[in-house]
Design a binder for this molecule. Structure first.
Ligand SMILES: C[S@@+](CC[C@H](N)C(=O)[O-])C[C@H]1O[C@@H](n2cnc3c(N)ncnc32)[C@H](O)[C@@H]1O
Length: 217
């Protein structure tokens, strides 16, 4: 895989199989902060519980962790990842997040494990395809939906997956994603989310879904 620098100075990798990079060229850190952290209100939650689809290079995780550590709250984070990357490659993506990087260095020593715990909170890594793994009901206060694009990685955006995610999210919880695709947004509404188009940074629109409707099924 080829290592690239995004425009905010943080690195990412290009995945030749999907034909896409793990992060947008505008910035890996920028997207993690402005979209996943802030649009789900993780940065304000007193006890954040994040469900992520696609752990990738751990950028979103570290940004959520940095915010939790800075605020003195514990983070619980459940990441579903079909193809965890080797620790040597993950170590090639340092971020300017002084608190989170110390914890992450410890996590990488044991990577990959089912669960990592510390005074900072807990990271659960569920290795598998999001279509097939079981997700805990009513677990999450926020969902970071971050597979490759619907075009390159369609199975991770399907109605079945969105239903399952809705059941894992508490009522009122928020899902954020960079995709603005119409078919995906319609499926999100069908799965029990109120769908909002929000202005993106370095991209015209992002999508936020709020779990207001009754869970399906
Ligand atoms: C865009 S990258 C995620 C970047 C990551 N969130 C970060 O902060 O660095 C997409 C990730 O989704 C994973 N993925 C793709 N399809 C999946 C599936 N069906 N189930 C679980 N993970 C999947 C890929 O292996 C890849 O690691």
């Amino acid at each position: 895989m080829e290592r690239l620098l995004t425009q905010d100075g943080t690195p990412t990798f290009y995945h030749p199989g999907y034909g896409e990079a793990y992060h947008p060229r505008q910035g890996a850190l920028l997207q993690a902060r402005r979209l996943y952290l802030e649009k789900t209100l993780t940065h304000l939650h007193p006890a954040p519980r994040v469900l992520e689809v696609g752990f990738g290079l751990g950028v979103n995780f570290r940004v959520a962790l940095e915010s939790a550590l800075a605020r003195g709250v514990r983070l619980r984070y459940l990441a579903v990842e079909k193809a965890p990357l080797p620790k040597e490659l993950l170590a090639e993506v340092p971020l300017p997040l002084p608190r989170a990087e110390g914890v992450y260095a410890e996590i990488l020593k044991a990577w990959p494990e089912e669960v990592f715990r510390g005074p900072w909170g807990e990271l659960r890594l569920v290795i598998g395809d999001v279509r097939e793994v079981a997700l805990p009901l009513g677990y999450a206060t926020a969902v970071y939906l971050d597979p490759f694009s619907p075009k390159a990685n369609p199975e991770a955006w399907s109605l079945g997956v969105l239903w399952k995610i809705r059941l894992a999210l508490r009522r009122g919880g928020r899902l954020a994603t960079y995709s603005a695709q119409g078919a995906f947004r319609r499926a999100l509404a069908q799965a029990g989310f109120r769908v909002h188009r929000v202005p993106g940074v370095g991209k015209r629109e992002w999508t936020v879904g709020i779990a207001v409707g009754a869970p399906p099924g």
